[in-house]
Design a protein. Structure first.
Length: 74
């Protein structure tokens, strides 16, 4: 029973670490995306520029790719 409990604890620790890493990554990427939108996209949109929107879309696509990859590896 001790071995089973240890295995469960080890698995739980690995899951917790994975969740913490994903959370940290998402928080960092989200903060960067928000900053980019505020600093680059909003002013550019006001000037009718589609380039800034395309860059933001690409960054959001990369974030979506990451989320999908995380879902597949679990």
């Amino acid at each position: 029973m001790k071995d089973f409990n240890r295995k469960v604890e080890d698995a739980s620790a690995r899951v917790n670490k994975s969740v913490e890493e994903a959370t940290a990554f998402l928080e960092k990427e989200t903060a960067e995306l928000i900053n980019y939108v505020n600093q680059e996209v909003v002013p550019s949109v006001r000037q009718n520029s589609s380039k800034a929107l395309r860059i933001a879309a690409e960054k959001m696509s990369r974030l979506a790719d990451y989320l999908e990859e995380q879902r597949r590896t679990r």
